[in-house]
Ligand binder design. Sequence first.
Ligand SMILES: C[S@@+](CC[C@H](N)C(=O)[O-])C[C@H]1O[C@@H](n2cnc3c(N)ncnc32)[C@H](O)[C@@H]1O
Length: 258
Amino acid sequence: MNTSVRQAFDRHASVYDQVFTSSQIRSEVWEIADRLFFPGAHVLDLGCGTGEDSMHFASRGVAVTAIDLSPKMISRLEAKAHGLVRTKVAGMETFAAAEREFDGIFSNFGALNCSPDLAWLGKLVHRALKPGSHVVLTTMGRFYPLESAVFLLKFQFRQAMRRLHRPATAMVEGVRFDVYYHSVRAIRAALGPDFELKQLVGLRSLLPVPGLEHLERFGVFKYLRPIDRLLCSNPLTATWSDHFVSVWQFRETQGSAL
Ligand SMILES: C[S@@+](CC[C@H](N)C(=O)[O-])C[C@H]1O[C@@H](n2cnc3c(N)ncnc32)[C@H](O)[C@@H]1O
């Protein structure tokens, strides 16, 4: 169990919803997921945080099991959910799902980036998912051009390249922990050949994300918006972004169960 990650997000839980929850980029992820997770389906939310996504899916009639390493994050979700979402304090690497329990697996905004390698994900999806199911993962990209440009303008060269370090470090509420910027290739390798990449979308390449909103006062972003859209929607450049969403479909072949 990663105690620094748990400590960081326990401390962050009380303010998390003010800082990050109602963002435009979250709605963009929902637009993608809502086309795949239907009422009556059972979806597993990995690293659910305060559970905004779990609550969104549940409000649409999707049954949700939400897990997180941080007991404080789970408490926040339970306070909102009033039993509507099944919750568990658990590490996603060791979560024991029943066979063919889920119609979808979802993980939003970087929970997977706290995990050094994703071998566990391959085991989990093969055990827990029904054939035909989708996996929707929002993970942090290795290169966010706007962030690098901001650091370069401040002559902070190491910081400009910080996402290329392995591990890189993050600091949340004064707690430092390691983060890992997984490539699409690494996610593909973890999921295995039974999973087909259906969609790859970037969430902000040249435009500011929550936390960098102060930059929005610069008029230049008005002109960068269409280029950002192009970069984020093209699968070849979609991962050059703060976060990217990858959508995978389980096409089970004979003998593929791990
Ligand atoms: C940046 S937050 C994202 C939360 C939520 N998915 C959202 O979109 O708001 C990352 C979350 O992942 C959780 N997390 C990190 N490592 C984890 C692990 N190994 N198992 C379960 N949860 C983990 C953290 O506790 C935190 O709540």
